[in-house]
Design a binder for this molecule. Structure first.
Ligand code: FNR
Length: 386
């Protein structure tokens, strides 16, 4: 049994000692709080999206078109929100999405996130663009549960090396991101000429990788510019093909999840390719401008492949009700992106914990007050399209 909504009592009780929460409890307001705390370059990198921002807006609008219809007298006093996804047990169907370059948010970056995730028993997905190494993040995550996200390099030796390191460091599932094989046109970053990688941020994993270092004539310390350009060429600029997926299967012993699926035919191809899961996602509106809201395509994809592989969801999830809607529409679990990233910017590990606990408490309350006790009970008839 989980009582995530006990965070509420904790906060009210602290009020008796005149203590207020250090950060807003409204996850939809974390962005504005983070804006005030961050430098414009890093803030724009996190908050921004592709082109005109239409996809980010579409993500939020898609949630607004669905409303929850609560049920009464259902004995929802005690609840169990736990799920098992691809062999990973989770106390609630919520993961931390891969978010790269976290040291632009807080000096401890992914290490702080890994500790916060472990403290709450939530699964963290580590980005290939991490500002700390695969091994250091694993150490910070300790007995926590962790998956590894791959930006699929064009160099097979580097790919194999990254997969071996991740597996050896206890990352159980591989998440392959397909939608960012090259960087989108992102005016907010372009206007400030700001790309963290060019400042040497988000390169900890390749710079600690023997296979990548072997491709360089000089070490990254000797020639930082050459090293970063080589890395950018290795992990972006080359699109892969469906017929290359067996290569990943050959070199990864655990489940494989494809992230960035938005078309039902691609979801079917993932099944045909023997994949274990997909993340229905448009990368938080950061890649294709003018794309469909991610939640808009979730129902048809879940209906087509939900029995054959694990359908996960991200892009635009901000609060408990958003998670309930995505779960009711067929997602097995949701990933939070910017929501915890802003928590990290505001307060490091404590900020991430607060952001996550706020969403979990809100999710727990929403499940309870809409009359449900388990995640399996969240089905489409809980929602009305308006
Ligand atoms: C991301 N995302 C991302 N995805 C990925 O597969 N690898 C990565 O390195 C990153 N890096 C990254 C950095 C930043 C600053 C953001 C905001 C996002 C995308 C992420 O995993 C997820 O798909 C989105 O964040 C979900 O959208 P919301 O919830 O942020 O709207």
């Amino acid at each position: 049994m989980t009582h995530f909504n006990s965070y509420q009592s904790e906060i009210y009780l602290q009020g008796l000692a005149d203590v207020r929460p250090a950060f807003t409890t409204d996850p939809t307001r974390l962005e504005e709080a983070a804006r005030a705390a961050m430098e414009p370059g890093p803030f724009g990198y996190v908050a921004g999206g592709a082109g005109s921002g239409a996809t980010m807006r579409a993500n939020r609008e898609a949630f607004d078109r669905w409303r929850i219809v609560p049920r009464m007298l259902t004995d929802a006093t005690t609840r169990d929100l736990s799920v098992t996804v691809l062999g990973t047990r989770m106390p609630a169907p919520v993961l931390l999405a891969p978010v790269g370059v976290q040291s632009i948010l807080h000096p401890e970056g992914e290490l702080a996130t890994a500790r916060a995730a472990a403290a709450l028993d939530l699964t963290m997905v580590l980005s290939t663009a991490s500002s700390h190494t695969i091994e250091d993040v694993a150490a910070a995550n300790g007995a926590g549960s962790r998956w590894y996200q791959l930006y699929w390099p064009s160099d097979n030796d580097v790919t194999v090396s990254l997969l071996q390191r991740a597996r050896a460091a206890g990352y159980s599932t591989l998440v392959v991101t397909l939608d960012t094989w090259t960087l989108a046109w992102r005016p907010r970053d372009l206007d400030q000429s700001y790309l963290p990688f060019l400042h040497g941020i988000g390169t900890a994993i390749p710079y600690s990788d023997p296979a990548f270092l072997a491709t360089l004539d000089k070490t990254p310390e000797q020639d930082p510019q050459l090293a970063v350009l080589r890395w950018i060429q290795t992990f972006t600029g080359t699109d892969h093909r469906w017929d290359q997926l067996p290569f990943l299967r050959e070199h990864w012993a655990g489940p494989i999840v494809l992230k960035g699926i938005q078309h039902v035919d691609d979801a079917r191809r993932a099944v045909d390719a023997g994949m274990d899961g997909i993340v229905v996602s448009n990368h938080g509106g950061r890649q294709v401008d003018g794309a469909v809201g991610a939640l808009d395509v979730l129902p048809e994809i879940a209906a087509a492949v939900g029995e054959s592989l694990a359908v996960l969801f991200d892009s635009g999830v901000r609060c408990g009700a958003d998670a309930v809607k995505a779960l009711a529409l067929g997602a097995r679990a949701v990933l939070l992106g910017r929501t915890y990233a802003y928590g990290l910017a505001l307060g490091g590990e404590a900020g991430v914990r607060h952001a996550l606990r706020s969403v979990l408490a809100d999710l727990d309350s929403t499940v309870a007050l809409s009359g449900h006790r388990t995640i399996a009970e969240l089905t489409p008839d809980l929602l009305r399209r308006v």
